[in-house]
Design a protein around this ligand. Structure first.
Ligand code: GUN
Length: 284
């Protein structure tokens, strides 16, 4: 079987058009959705991600602010800036680009963002709301994966989903969203013994481990859906996912490529969450 390729770039473009229409409607009501991004230090990858987030805001006619802070900034100064943004009426979303320097307590920073502006969906209040199926900001990459499946006509209901990776940003929440959509979920991670035993049973495999070519054809059941969240560099320095694409695409039913798979959906859902926050601010 040769897999159907899930085109994340195309699906993201369609979603962004819909989001753009929402931005126009909000502008007619006098509200311009605004996102503030805080970048601490000089991590090159973070700088690229932040630039792409700002570009997406501009393309959608949204307001965007970049706050750059030096590597040595104190936790107190960072928290003071977040507090200021929590109270700024033109800002509907606040995002602190991770990772942040080790001398700053990441959990404290995340918890200082108002849950009503936490468009990353990382605040424990939003995580709790997500777990209990309440209105919440959903974390962007997991949410983007759910939209990719929905747009491809794949329902997780009744399926066995195997998540490989247990990060707070991707692995844990994507499993929870799959469960919310009535999947049976298995979490695997670096301490799992005999990973293949689990992945070979999966109707849907989500890999978020950060190791190039980690998932091979013999990990996968014939016809399975394979979602690759990896953003790795291979020996030649080329961007690649966790999945050995050439091998796995001959066995899977559906597969997301890297690039142009999950990646474009992350920023799209960030824009979605910011617009949602702006819309909700009208009724507060
Ligand atoms: N670093 C890597 N991914 C993310 C993300 O989705 N949000 C934030 N804030 N930082 C990140």
């Amino acid at each position: 079987m040769t897999a159907e390729i899930i085109n994340g770039k195309e699906i993201a473009a369609k979603k962004r058009q819909e989001i753009g229409k929402e931005v126009e409607k909000l502008k007619e009501k006098g509200v311009v959705p605004g996102l503030a991004v805080i970048l601490v230090g000089n991590n090159d990858a973070s700088r690229t991600y932040v630039r792409n987030k700002q570009k997406a805001c501009q393309e959608l006619g949204m307001h965007s602010v970049l706050i750059e802070m030096p590597e040595e900034v104190s936790e107190e100064e960072l928290l003071a800036k977040i507090d200021e943004l929590n109270h700024a009426s033109e800002i509907h979303g606040i995002l602190v680009q991770l990772p942040i320097p080790k001398h700053i307590d990441e959990k404290k920073v995340i918890e200082s963002i108002s849950p009503s502006k936490d468009v990353d969906g990382f605040h424990p209040v939003n995580i709790g709301r997500m777990m209990t199926g309440q209105n919440a900001f959903l974390p962007c990459t997991p949410y983007g994966i759910m939209v990719l499946l929905e747009e491809t006509g794949i329902s997780p209901a009744g399926k066995h989903v195997v998540v490989v990776g247990r990060s707070n940003i991707v692995g844990k929440p994507v499993g929870q969203l799959m469960l919310n959509h009535n999947a049976t979920v298995t979490y695997c991670h670096s301490k799992t013994k005999d990973l293949k035993q689990y992945t070979k049973q999966a109707d849907i495999v989500v890999s978020a481990v950060g190791i190039a070519n980690f998932i091979k054809a013999d990990h996968i059941k014939e016809g399975a859906v394979v979602i690759d969240v990896g953003m790795n560099r291979n020996e030649a320095g080329k961007l690649c996912g966790d999945v050995d694409f050439e091998e796995v695409k001959e066995k899977a039913g559906y597969i997301t490529p890297v690039p142009k798979g999950v990646g474009p959906m992350t920023i799209t859902m960030l824009m979605y969450n910011t617009v949602k926050s702006a819309a909700e601010s009208i009724n507060r």
